[in-house]
Write a protein that binds this ligand. Sequence first.
Ligand code: SAM
Ligand code: SF4
Length: 326
Amino acid sequence: MLIDRFGRRITYLRLSITDRCDLRCRYCMAEEMTFLPRAQILTLEEIATIARAFVELGVEKIRVTGGEPLVRRGALELLEELGRLPLKELVLTTNGMRLAQCAERLVRAGVRRVNVSLDSLRPERFRHITRFGDLERVLAGIEAARRAGFDRVKLNAVILRGVNDDEVVDLATFAIERGLDISFIEEMPLGVIDSHDRRQAFYSSDEVRADLARRFTLLPTTDRTGGPSRYWRVAGSDSRIGFISPHSHNFCGDCNRVRLTVEGRLLLCLGNEHSVDLKRVLRRWPGDADRLKKAIVEAMALKPERHHFDLREQPIILRHMNVTGG
Ligand code: SAM
Ligand code: SF4
């Protein structure tokens, strides 16, 4: 079992399987990005080996993310392999651009839930935010996911003042009409971006909730998915509305997760640089599962108590979300 030094049980691993992406969302990446050289990134076999070690140590849930996971060649085969591990939940976060082609195979692989990023329902604006996104393709991906039989499909929307804050109700309505969940996310200061001032664009979860309360009756729930989302239900619907509020409501107290970057760094916290280089362990002692597990167990001693995001300062975390694995 993995217990950190604050007594929190770690049961959830987020696996970033690529830092690359076919989009360049303005809150996530700068227009010009340098990606990691191939030799520095874990092979799919190495990722599977690390995942297996975590599961043997008691991890019950794996989320595959990136970058855009579905752009990596072999991603579906990796998901199939992860689907054979004794997990309670295998989930995927995607931008939806390739979801229409993959949805059924993902369900067959054992992916139970999928999160799709959707920040706008207006084609022009969607293109503006994502730089290369095609709203129609993403909507087709969401439709395919609904039909394919996932347990839940959830939308993720990062709300930015002056960019898409006028779409909060429309996005929620879109989700509710289709029986989907939706989470509204406050932008986090990860990586240096060039398109907006994060302080000015900050739109708090409380503001989003106030927008929603003008249209819907929101009922508080105690639902937690073991993550940072706090959920509300909408009266008369099955949909849940979540809020991920790193600024306004610190979510670290019951943190149960760690992240593996595609370079094989085990990140102990989204908002800190504390990490352990598992790739080094893996490549120095290939095939030595015990040594890998020992490194993972020891890493738990480094897990910080909480993040310290501060919008007034330059980002202290220079890695972008595509590297962190959102
Ligand atoms: N490409 C996939 C996608 O877009 O869903 C998976 C990776 S992406 C980094 C995961 C999530 O992180 C997305 O929902 C995205 O909106 C969110 N995200 C990216 N940069 C962020 C930031 N600076 N602050 C808050 N959320 C961010
Ligand atoms: Fe790509 Fe996801 Fe980042 Fe957008 S949020 S640039 S889709 S990794």
